[in-house]
Design a protein around this ligand. Structure first.
Ligand code: PLP
Length: 459
């Protein structure tokens, strides 16, 4: 295969993609397969001789689509969305065609500069102060790891990077039980340890209790531990919990602790001013992550981290061996120093295309529809005999259950075997509940109202 073939096959792929997307509503959302079914269709050894693209493409069409769960299906209401707007897909094709590495400014000046401008556009779009800068990571997990590593090193006066952690005081990080498991993962792999992630109790609204946070920090100091920072939750993955950001940041400030806010899902909604009360006080955060690859339409992978001051993170993650030096350009931004991996894809391009092709107003309209339709679906579900709404909508996420866990679990299995919609579960205060999130880029109200229809049929 050469570049002339690539041009022809790219056209074929574009036609295939168009048909695939047009036909999504006729497919079951979740792959209906037994484990091993796909692997069994592939030969056990790689080919010695080149194969014609006709054969490869025919096998792709025969094996792969039916082996996928369709994340762009308009009736995907599971987990959180992983939206890919058509404009984002086009930008990814172009980024793939150029296939550059954006580790240093000089390795791809446009990649660095478009990234800087997109971070600025998004800070404005979310109503953050212009003083925030930031960078794009692959995922919120990596952004939170970067933030936690920075909390660790700032607390240790940057001693850990050189000397390691043995002999250092025991560090403590504070978060609520509603934060995502990526926070647990970050403290584990940052060498802080799960036991030193203090899960501060929450109140009836599922916000971390600011008083309990202050108490935990004081108790830890008295015990000889070294508090390093606070991770707050703005839109938890389980049921959409929000910490009271302003009150918790005030406690952190009073204790001289930096704050990282995980808004991976809900951050996208903050392009709508009416939702910003949910993260009131956010301008006091040191670091904020949100995933345009969830709800905004710039497809995976695209996690934006805003930083009030990038210097501590660059001091933590940046390294300049001779082969990465950029003579005479030491002041330029080299984004690899802001993130864990050295190599970086040109992720800002899909943000540029998406924000322009739909406009902030078009994106706000989608998110407002999702929130409104989630309420409609909630009301219709609540009207079904035997269905109980367990957590009320947080933006476009709510949960419901039947009388017993066993009945709820059995209903969920019937829903997902049926295939018209896809929902997933969580456990809330010990109870097994079904999550509903509305957020597919091009879903319609009819798609959303299929949720109560299917539930009523399968009860
Ligand atoms: C999805 C999610 C994450 C993890 O996101 P990745 O980008 O997949 O790492 C973290 N926090 C919250 C609140 C999330 O919803």
């Amino acid at each position: 295969m050469n570049h002339d073939d690539l041009r022809d096959w790219s056209k074929r792929a574009a036609d295939w993609a168009h048909g695939y997307h047009a036909g999504l509503r006729d497919r079951p959302v979740r792959a209906a397969l037994v484990p091993g079914a796909i692997a069994a269709q592939l030969p056990p050894t790689p080919p010695e001789q080149p194969e014609p693209m006709e054969t490869i493409f025919a096998d792709f069409e025969r094996i792969i689509p039916d082996g996928m769960t369709h994340w762009q299906h308009p009736r995907f209401f599971a987990y959180f969305p992983a939206n890919a707007s058509p404009a984002s897909m086009l930008a990814e094709q172009l980024a793939n065609a150029i296939a550059a590495q954006g580790m240093l400014w000089q390795t791809s000046p446009a990649a660095t500069e478009v990234e800087q401008v997109m971070v600025r556009w998004l800070a404005q779009g979310l109503g953050l102060p212009e003083t925030f800068t930031g960078t794009i990571h692959d995922s919120a997990t990596t952004a939170t790891l970067s933030a936690v590593l920075t909390l660790r090193e700032a607390a240790l006066g940057w001693a850990g990077l050189q000397a390691g952690l043995s002999g250092q005081p025991r560090l403590r990080i504070y978060a609520s039980a509603e934060t995502h498991s990526s926070v647990d993962k970050a403290v584990r792999i940052a060498g802080i340890g799960q036991e030193n992630l203090v899960k501060v109790p929450t109140d009836g609204r599922l916000s971390m209790k600011p008083g309990a946070l202050a108490g935990a920090i004081a108790a830890d100091r008295a015990a000889g531990f070294l508090p390093a920072g606070v991770v707050l939750c703005a839109g938890g993955t389980s049921v959409g919990a929000f910490d009271r950001i302003a009150d918790c940041i005030a406690v952190a400030r009073a204790n001289d602790l930096p704050v990282h806010v995980d808004a991976a899902w809900a951050g996208s909604a903050m392009i709508c001013p009416e939702f910003r009360a949910l993260w009131l006080g956010i301008e006091g955060a040191d670091s904020i992550v949100f995933n345009p690859h969830k709800w905004l339409g710039a497809q995976f992978d695209c996690a934006v981290q805003f930083l009030a001051d990038p210097a501590p993170q660059i001091r933590t993650l940046g390294l300049r061996p001779t082969y990465l030096e950029t003579a005479g350009r030491e002041e330029i931004t080299n984004f690899n120093e802001w993130t864990v991996p050295l190599g970086r894809r040109f992720r800002a391009l899909k943000l540029w295309f998406t924000l322009r092709a739909y406009g902030m107003d078009g994106l706000r309209g989608r998110i407002r529809n999702h929130v409104a339709w989630a309420l409609d679906a909630r009301d219709a579900l609540a009207a079904i005999n035997g269905v109980e709404i367990v957590t009320e909508p947080s933006l476009s996420l709510f949960t419901f259950a039947l009388e017993t866990d066993a009945a709820t679990e059995a209903l969920l299995a019937r829903i997902n075997d049926d295939g018209r919609i896809y929902l997933t579960q969580t456990r809330h205060q010990g109870r097994y509940v079904i999550r509903v999130q509305v957020g597919q880029f091009d879903c319609t109200r009819d798609d959303v109202m299929m949720i109560p229809q299917v539930v009523a049929e399968l009860m």
